[in-house]
Design a protein around this ligand. Structure first.
Ligand code: ADP
Ligand code: MG
Length: 548
């Protein structure tokens, strides 16, 4: 909450550090262009007075004097044109620098966030939904980077407009300035109160929107299941319900915004009206000129616009702070099982696997013990089959060996080394897995197979085909018109179960692992392809440990 805000705020600002030069330049340009904008009312007032004087001269008919005035008008306007051109250039530079700095910050933030998410332990992904993580990655990062660039820049400009406008008002007529600015304190108070409400309301809109996007993401990525159960209608209704929820939240946000802008707009106009009324009286007493009054009215309009900008800035800042604290939580989260780090044994692993009194329950379901004091000794270069009913914990055994989870008690060792002391990346590189439901990436067959290699770019066509032949996959792959370039669709939906499994086996072969973990690797196959795959497996079982 609020206690963390100053720290979150400093941390948001630190995002801007690498963009320091761009942002400083942008702010410099902002000061110049704002300065130019601030001179506009003064210049307009001067021009009005020149024209007004010309009007007065009509009766006295002094042509030569009119000529002088015309000359002055020309010079003033020509000078202003130059100044405006400069202002335009400054705005150009400012917008470009600000936007690019913002994009850089977003990109960097996304990189940081993605790398932190990817490194989280498996239990984290059991708990968190992909849709929500994607939301953080796309929407929240953008919101936060806008806060340090656009919002700060707009806020600064509004702040300068307000201060300079008020300054000019006092400079031109302190008396009138007091009248015009009398409404400022109550309006600011109102704006701060409303700003809080805006923040809360927009948070609710964001949250309900995220929930609805998550739901859509899940249903779309499993459209086959939805279709097979003919649930399109119900999913459409469900989505509508979540959208109604979003709308409801958005309506109350709209209401708060309407109140806010209605009131601030009204008070802005009241400032101007008050200035016109008192100022008109001052003109009649010759205390100020018509041009000065015009300039004064414009300055008070600036103050009004500036103030509303400052309050928008405040609301947006709060929104950005909210989004940022969610991001920091994710970025700072340390995974219980690191991705790398730990001992890398000096000699190559022989591959003796031992489970010693392992007790384990999944972190998301701590009350259900999947394994109780399980011991298992698998000598190097042996083939071991683990047999058990569905749900008895066979796949879990594989997960523990890959160190996707740590046991609650006992230990898993390779060559006598507790795998918790070894570098997880090293262990995982040493183990090849073909899982029960192999999942492919939505690229080509080639890309999926070479994913197993240490350096995918260096895999030659021969090596690729060799691995595919070993896996009995070369035949069906070459029968595709595009061969190895055939796209497999999202998660591999464009291949049959058996084809997917053989591609996964080829991927495991290319890795040339010391331990091969086959988790019901032939479960998705018919008798013929099971025979082919078994043949392939027997071939690659040579010289390594196999757990099936
Ligand atoms: P199988 O022997 O069929 O491969 P598993 O090892 O997949 O069985 O599952 C063992 C038990 O653990 C099952 O009761 C299952 O419901 C549970 N389980 C599997 N994966 C998870 C998970 N990620 N989170 C929580 N429980 C799980
Ligand atoms: Mg299983």
């Amino acid at each position: 909450g609020n206690a963390k805000s100053p720290r979150d705020f400093r941390r948001i600002l630190s995002l801007a550090r690498p963009e320091r030069s761009r942002l400083t330049a942008a702010i410099g340009l902002l000061v110049i262009s704002s300065g130019i904008s601030m001179s506009v009312p003064y210049a307009i007032g001067k021009i009005i007075d020149i024209i007004y004087n010309m009007d007065q001269l009509k009766q006295s008919d002094q042509e030569s004097q009119k000529q002088v005035i015309r000359e002055r008008l020309k010079t003033v306007c020509a000078g202003l044109t130059g100044i405006f051109l400069l202002g335009g250039l400054c705005n150009f530079g400012r917008v470009y620098l600000m936007r690019t700095a913002g994009q850089n910050i977003t990109a960097r933030l996304r990189g940081q966030l993605f790398s932190s998410i990817v490194k989280q332990d498996t239990a984290f992904f059991d708990k968190n939904r992909t849709g929500e993580l994607l939301n953080r990655l796309s929407a929240d990062t953008q919101l936060v980077s806008l806060t340090v660039t656009q919002q700060v820049s707009d806020g600064l400009r509004s702040g300068m407009m307000t201060l300079a406008g008020a300054g000019m008002m006092f400079y031109m007529s302190p008396q009138l300035a007091m009248v015009g600015l009398a409404v400022v304190p109550p309006v600011s108070f109102f704006a701060i109160v409303m700003g809080r409400q805006v923040r809360a309301a927009s948070r609710e809109v964001q949250d309900s929107l995220a929930a609805s996007t998550e739901m859509a993401e899940e249903k779309l990525s499993n459209i086959r299941t939805v279709r097979a159960f003919a649930m399109e209608g119900r999913e459409i209704d469900n989505y509508r319900v979540t959208m109604d929820n979003v709308l409801q939240k958005a309506y109350s946000e709209a209401m708060i915004n309407a109140k806010f802008y209605g009131t601030t707009g009204l008070s802005g106009n009241m400032i101007i009206l008050a200035v016109l009324y008192y100022g008109g009286n001052l003109v009649t007493t010759d205390a100020i000129t018509v041009g000065q009054l015009a300039a004064f009215v414009l300055y008070s309009a600036y103050v009004g616009i500036g103030l509303s900008g400052v309050s928008t800035f405040y609301a947006e800042m709060m929104k950005g702070l909210g989004a940022s604290s969610r991001l920091w939580e994710l970025i700072d989260r340390r995974s219980d099982i690191p991705v790398t780090g730990g001992v890398i044994p000096s000699k190559p692993l022989a591959g003796r696997i031992k489970f010693e009194d392992v007790t384990f329950s999944y972190p998301t379901r701590p009350d259900v013990t999947v394994m109780k004091e399980l011991s298992l000794d698998i000598p190097a270069n042996s083939v071991v089959a683990v047999v058990g009913g569905s749900g008895s914990g066979k796949s879990t055994l594989g997960s523990l060996l890959l160190r996707l989870y740590d046991p609650d008690q006992g230990r898993v060792t390779i060559d006598g080394e507790d795998i918790r002391t070894l570098d997880p990346a090293h262990v995982r590189k040493y183990i090849g897995t073909v899982s029960q439901e192999p999942v492919l990436f939505s690229s080509s067959i080639r890309d999926n197979i070479v994913y197993g290699a240490e350096d995918p770019a260096s895999v030659s066509q021969e090596e690729l085909e060799h691995a595919a032949k070993e896996a009995n996959a070369h035949g069906f792959i070459s029968r595709f018109p595009e061969g190895y370039d055939t796209l497999v669709g999202e998660r591999g939906v464009m291949l049959s179960g058996g084809q997917k499994q053989r591609v996964a086996i080829a991927r495991a072969i290319l890795k040339n692992p010391g331990i091969l973990l086959l988790d019901e690797a032939t479960s998705a196959l018919d008798a013929q392809s099971e025979h082919e795959v078994k043949e392939a497996l027997e071939r690659i079982m040579q010289g390594r440990s196999v757990i099936t």
